[in-house]
Write a protein that binds this ligand. Structure first.
Ligand code: C5P
Length: 234
């Protein structure tokens, strides 16, 4: 592992959350949501640089101070999250070495503790293989049929919820993501592409607070978590 880069997909429109402002620009704990996410990555001395995939038609990015950091570049995002990630990987691949790694982290996950990021990097370094943050499932899980009737209880002991960051060798991830997109189409995270390519993916337990902001109530939750954990950004 020579250098570690980051790609942050931030080109979504936030359809599920609704409202006029995409979720990555909503104000939480004194700053736009994406500002917290970028600062969490910039806090790590292991992260050499970050590519943020943005919707090129969106002028709101001008107000994100971290985008002016010397370690941060931007690229135009794509139609789906995986296309935005691929655009970031393509930009990095222009200058990266064959031994470089990349971590992909959703802009919509602002509560990433440095210790979790470091644990992820330590695991990938120790194993020499990809790793993701994930959380074990704590609820009892039900499989249901088309008429919303329970058909069985699923064994939760083998199930984890994938989070980001997800850390992989840059060249391998770029190749796997591109091929998986061509053959399957719907790729919801990087680990899925690497699994599809036959690569091993390790899980490192991430904190429950590392949620992807999806619905309005999530905004109040991450606001509370960030205010509790850090001084508000100015
Ligand atoms: O929509 P979802 O919550 O799955 O998006 C996860 C992340 O991917 C968000 O940070 C969003 O901005 C980003 N995204 C993107 N390009 C898209 C769609 C989503 O960069 N076309």
């Amino acid at each position: 592992m020579k250098s570690i880069w980051a790609v942050v997909p931030a080109a979504g429109s936030g359809r599920r959350l609704g409202g006029e402002i995409p979720k990555q620009y909503r104000e939480i704990a004194g700053a736009p949501l994406m500002e917290h996410t970028l600062q969490a990555l910039l806090a790590s001395p292991d992260v050499r640089g970050i590519v943020v995939a943005l919707d090129p038609s969106d002028r709101r990015a001008d107000a994100i101070n971290s985008l002016a950091d010397v370690r941060v570049q931007t690229v135009a995002g794509g139609a789906e999250r995986a296309h935005s990630v691929l655009a970031g990987l393509d930009l990095l691949a222009e200058d990266a070495s064959d031994e470089d790694w990349v971590l992909v982290h959703d802009a919509a996950r602002p509560c990433l503790p440095l210790k979790s990021l470091t644990a992820l990097i330590d695991c990938a370094r120790a194993e020499g293989e990809g790793a993701i943050l994930a959380a074990p499932v704590s609820d009892t899980l039900k499989q249901v049929d088309d008429s919303a009737k329970v058909t069985r209880t699923v064994d939760r002991s083998v199930l984890w919820r994938a989070q980001t960051p997800q850390l992989f060798p840059l060249i391998k991830l770029r190749r796997a993501l591109r091929q998986c997109l061509e053959e399957i189409g719907d790729v919801t995270d990087e680990a899925m592409a690497m699994e599809w390519a036959g690569e091993t993916v390790h899980v490192v337990e991430g904190p429950p607070s590392n949620i992807k902001v999806t619905v309005e109530a999530d905004l109040a939750y991450v606001d509370m978590m960030l205010r509790a954990e850090r001084e508000p950004l100015t």
